[in-house]
Design a protein. Structure first.
Length: 166
């Protein structure tokens, strides 16, 4: 999974991938990092990052989170590319042509649309199996399917284009 994290306004890309061993492989802006974290109390975490120990408190804030660590406080906003945040009863729609990308590595088990087909916002497009779970990837907006880039049985990487919607 890939997340865009804004720490004090500065964007960082965090990638998290499971390994066969059951551990997680984590990259920060493309560089591998060694992280071990455990919750030690209500919203307080003990973090071992590249051999250095930290204690961090994570609290809800007006926009996102507030993280306190080492006597400093950082506003943090996590943007998950799989989530569209809008009002609960409405769909926030993307504008213009959209490339729908795989949020995770996996195997395409079903393609639910074809080129030229009209879709509604949040309609299922592709089903990807990852870690023995099937994940339906949905349309970020209504529109016409311009192109389907994948086929059933194909292996995809996180961030790989699945379909294009106009």
């Amino acid at each position: 999974m890939k997340f865009e994290v804004h720490i004090a306004g500065a964007p960082r890309i965090v990638e998290i991938e499971p390994e066969v061993s059951g551990r997680l492989r984590i990259r920060l802006d493309g560089d591998p990092v060694q992280v071990d974290a455990a919750e030690i109390g209500g919203n307080v975490y003990s973090i071992l990052l590249d051999g250095r120990a930290y204690e961090a408190s994570v609290l809800p804030a007006a926009q996102g989170l507030s993280v306190r660590c080492g006597g400093h406080e950082f506003p943090v906003e996590v943007r998950d590319p799989r989530a569209w945040r809008g009002r609960r009863d409405a769909v926030e729609q993307a504008e213009g042509r959209q490339q729908v990308a795989s949020p995770m590595p996996g195997k395409v088990v079903r393609v639910l649309v074809a080129s030229g087909e009209t879709v509604e916002a949040r309609q299922g497009l592709v089903v990807i199996e990852a870690m023995k779970m099937q994940n339906e990837i949905r349309a970020p907006k209504g529109g016409c399917i311009e192109r389907v880039f994948v086929r059933e049985g194909q292996t995809v990487a996180a961030g790989e284009s699945l379909v294009s919607i106009a």
